[in-house]
Design a binder for this molecule. Sequence first.
Ligand SMILES: NC(=O)c1ccc[n+]([C@@H]2O[C@H](COP(=O)([O-])OP(=O)(O)OC[C@H]3O[C@@H](n4cnc5c(N)ncnc54)[C@H](O)[C@@H]3O)[C@@H](O)[C@H]2O)c1
Length: 334
Amino acid sequence: MQAAVIGVGYWGPNLIRNFLGNNHIDKVHVYDLNPARLEFIKKKFPEINIVKTEDDIFKLKEIEIVVIAVPVDQHFALAKKALDAGKHIWVEKPYTSTSEQARTLNKLAEEKGLNIFVDHTFIYTGAVRKMKELIDSKEIGDILYFDSVRINLGLFQSDVNVIWDLAPHDLSIMFYVLNKKPIAVVANGIANFYDYENVAHISVYFENNCFAHFHVNWTSPVKIRRMLVGGTKKMLLFDDMENSEKIKVYDSGIEIKEKEGIYNALVQYRIGDMYSPKLIATEALTLGVEEFISSIKERRKPLTNGDDGLKVVQILEAAEVSIKEKGKLIAIQN
Ligand SMILES: NC(=O)c1ccc[n+]([C@@H]2O[C@H](COP(=O)([O-])OP(=O)(O)OC[C@H]3O[C@@H](n4cnc5c(N)ncnc54)[C@H](O)[C@@H]3O)[C@@H](O)[C@H]2O)c1
């Protein structure tokens, strides 16, 4: 198979390296609007083929896969052209700028029998796989809350606010591990420096008294990448800043006991052992590329597909509306 990567800024080179490293890929073609980036990338990966225009990619029959790693406001136009040209597409997160665009692409791919892979990279990490395993096996019990913090002195983006930049990671993890349908979103945020918010808090409500919260910030002096999942049996911490013990499982919980005739509830804490499970160390993008290629060969949807991309975009869109309306509750249509 031959693949083409469009956009080789910060993230594109990682994609080139992983597509080149896959046994099923014979050749990788590359295009970027910026000639200096093309010159740089050719020196880094001499085996790639640089094309002169994006149309060269769409016209070349041998190219089956088009990888789109340009800023989000350009995902839709390139993705649509690639699908129209009969290519399977890999689209970076966040999938599209609007849910309408995501629906259009998903429908087009369905009609043409093409695959869409949305790069929700974290789903392919050992840590998130383990979180899913622990939740699915019911070791954590029923999920009470999901609480995520992703903050640091981040790179201000020229086209999107902090939620479109950072929250797709956490939202994609939330959808993957919880496997629940959200019913509403509330968000607050502030734009201190230019038009786009640099700090935001997003709350996602589910049925059955379950709730998720996300704190994203480009202006924090400390880098925190933490996710806490509280269950009725145990609690789980994912700390991505840890080198070895990224996941910790706490045998802690709370029980409410009411004494007969006494209305005051008695809160009892259970503080038991903690353990840190062993995680698969394979690079997430390597597994993502494998999954995408297998899905094409097996004629099935990949694990992170256009439907998953749409779910994340719906929450981002609702959060943006809520921020503009100072934290109004926005219902999510499933
Ligand atoms: N999955 C992840 O963990 C992850 C990490 C970082 C970035 N991303 C995503 O990757 C995408 C790119 O982000 P980045 O940080 O690499 O951005 P970037 O600005 O560093 O690079 C974008 C590149 O695309 C080129 N470009 C822009 N428009 C183009 C067009 N129409 N045709 C061809 N080339 C074009 C630019 O010249 C630039 O070289 C974004 O969607 C971003 O959200 C994903």
